[in-house]
Design a protein around this ligand. Structure first.
Ligand SMILES: Cc1cc2nc3c(=O)[nH]c(=O)nc-3n(C[C@H](O)[C@H](O)[C@H](O)COP(=O)(O)OP(=O)(O)OC[C@H]3O[C@@H](n4cnc5c(N)ncnc54)[C@H](O)[C@@H]3O)c2cc1C
Length: 86
């Protein structure tokens, strides 16, 4: 199976790996390592594979929600995030 430079599983925009009939979603693909992103990738996969509706995840619509106290310095590694801070 193809891997990227960080040894994450290489996928196309529809989460297809380089092996026929094997798909991959979530952190192992290293696209956006957050729970809502993994869920969205899974939903897009299900819509594509089982819903007959080709769907790609839209990462700029993922928001990061956390109950953790956060301190941020400098640039975010994922600049497209929208932050909702209490
Ligand atoms: C410390 C920490 C804090 C985080 N905080 C946040 C947060 O506040 N908000 C947020 O959105 N995201 C957060 N994340 C990221 C979030 O946890 C991940 O993005 C998310 O869990 C990815 O889901 P996943 O299903 O891809 O992987 P996982 O949730 O890691 O699921 C993978 C599963 O596969 C299982 N597994 C592994 N190898 C095998 C094997 N060989 N056979 C069978 N099963 C196997 C593992 O046990 C695990 O249950 C945090 C991550 C960490 C490490």
């Amino acid at each position: 199976m193809g891997l990227d430079k960080d040894n994450a599983i290489k996928v196309d925009p529809y989460s297809r790996t380089t092996v026929d009939n094997i798909w991959s979603v979530g952190d192992v693909t290293n696209r956006m390592p957050l729970t809502p992103a993994a869920i969205m990738e899974g939903m897009a996969f299900a819509a594509t594979c089982f819903g007959n509706k080709p769907t790609t995840p839209i990462f700029d619509k993922v928001c990061f929600i956390s109950t953790h106290c956060a301190a941020v310095h400098g640039h975010c590694m994922l600049p497209s995030f929208e932050y909702f801070i209490d």
